[in-house]
Design a protein around this ligand. Sequence first.
Ligand code: SAH
Length: 281
Amino acid sequence: MNDVTNAADARRPGTVWFVGAGPGDPDLITVKGRALIERAGAVLFAGSLVSEAATRWAPPGCEIADSKDMTHEQIVAWLIDQASRHETVVRLQTGDPALYGTLTEAVQPLDAAGIPVAVVPGVSSALASAAAAVESLTLPEVTQSVILTRVEGRTPMPEGESLEELARHHCTLCIFLSITLLHKVTAALESAGWSPDAPILVVHKASWPGEEKIIRGTLADIRARVREAKVVSQSMIIASPALGARHWPELKKSKLYDAAFTHRFRRASAPSASTPTEETP
Ligand code: SAH
């Protein structure tokens, strides 16, 4: 259904949906995101980041534009204009719109213009990268926290959020927007006390059909490996004490699957040596 409205409806603006397009593979958009594209009167996508294939579901007559050569003001003006003519306007964003995007900057002027907005989450590249490498970002008794961050580039890091400070937690770090600053990443981890043989994973274009590259190394050699692979853009850097656990001979099993652990859905079948205190999911 195309929802081009007639002039009489023009006073009631349509909704601008910020839709997570996922990390690259068009099949990784959500069912809800795809359904919105299928009934959109206008779709704006980011050419350099979101696969054009994501617009393949747009209906005939849908206005489709690439925001890659637009300024922020032009993007906002485009969305406001389209919302005055269509019931459903989609702004497609790479991964999840809540991470390192321009969601808030775009929503403020739409609020001011009285245009309803809504967000549909997407598969972030951090999770697609873990999936590509068959890695778990959390592992019982190894790490139970994940920090999504970046190193300081042109955008300064707020106080207390330097990578060195965050890395002192020795939990999983998913580092966005930093592949050209890999030297800063490795220096920060070294200063935070990570061992030279700590495993580091770099995933380039996670989930992009035919273009994904998985580079594994250590804190000591990851820079050389990334250089050899000639990877200079669109990459996720993951540092985690849980990397490679698939091949560990002994794995601490999650208490949730431990026969001695009782939770909401299952009574314990064996007596436990220690009383588990974990909360149920
Ligand atoms: N909102 C996005 C992040 C946008 S910032 C998300 O949730 O994934 C852009 C950064 O995301 C890139 O510099 C890179 O670090 C990462 N990125 C985006 N797509 C990627 C992909 N397919 N594979 C690996 N990293 C990716």
